[in-house]
Design a protein around this ligand. Structure first.
Ligand code: E4P
Length: 217
């Protein structure tokens, strides 16, 4: 399973890219706004730091403008994936850009029916938002299970990119269900390392080692 970083913050991306775990990056208009950067400059810079796909989202909602924005974003770097919302115009845009050879991430997916349409529109990635479904009392990971089953059943190439991730358990569940990608806010990637027994065990090892008076080097 691939791990993407869900961030438009260059310093955060630089820090986490050094872990070797980051296979790509996703951004959205809210993350670009939070970064305070110009979208074209930020995406170009992120693409130069990351080898894998970098999702850059269109801002328009009508087909013609989304196509123009998508083509402009796609020209920024070879590893740009154009992100479009799961609307009628968004899926038309997905079909056109995909036919032109551009990778497309269809975002804001909340049902398996929407995911089926995105796959038929030639999406490279579908982004179901699990945390936002959990927030309204629905079963975010249940949606991932449904989409993985449907895509496997029909052999769709579209990759399931689990988004709006809120916990380490979401990541483990996504891996168990066979999702292709999870995109993680940096704090969740950091949390994946952690277990109190790891810290406790290491403290004991250090203390016992010091008692030996030895040095490996
Ligand atoms: C993914 O592409 C989205 O940018 C992101 O995961 C949304 O997460 P949120 O619900 O925490 O804003």
């Amino acid at each position: 399973m691939k791990i993407f970083l869900d961030s438009a913050d260059i310093n955060e991306i630089k820090t986490y890219i050094n872990t070797g775990f980051v296979d790509g990056v996703t951004t959205n208009p809210s993350l670009i706004a939070k970064s305070g950067r110009n979208i074209l400059e930020a995406i170009s810079e992120i693409c130069s730091l990351v080898d894998g796909p970098v999702s850059a989202e269109v801002a328009a909602t009508d087909y013609e403008t989304m196509i123009a924005e998508g083509r402009k974003l796609a020209k920024l770097a070879d590893n740009v994936t154009v992100k479009v919302p799961l609307t009628e115009d968004g899926l038309r845009t997905c079909r056109t850009l995909s036919d032109e050879g551009t990778d497309v991430n269809v975002t804001l997916c909340f049902t398996a029916g929407q995911a089926l349409l995105a796959a038929k529109a030639g999406a490279t990635f579908i982004s179901p938002f699990v945390g936002r479904l959990d927030d309204i009392g629905q079963d975010g990971m249940g949606l991932i299970e449904e989409i993985v089953t449907i895509y496997d059943q029909y052999g769709f190439d579209t990759e399931v990119l689990v988004a709006s991730v809120r916990s380490s358990q979401h990541v483990v569940d996504a891996a168990t269900m066979g999702a292709d990608v999870v995109t993680l806010p940096p704090k969740i990637l950091g949390a994946l390392y952690k277990h109190p027994l790891t810290d406790k065990g290491l403290a004991a090892f250090i203390s016992d080692w010091e008692g030996t008076g030895q040095s490996i080097l």
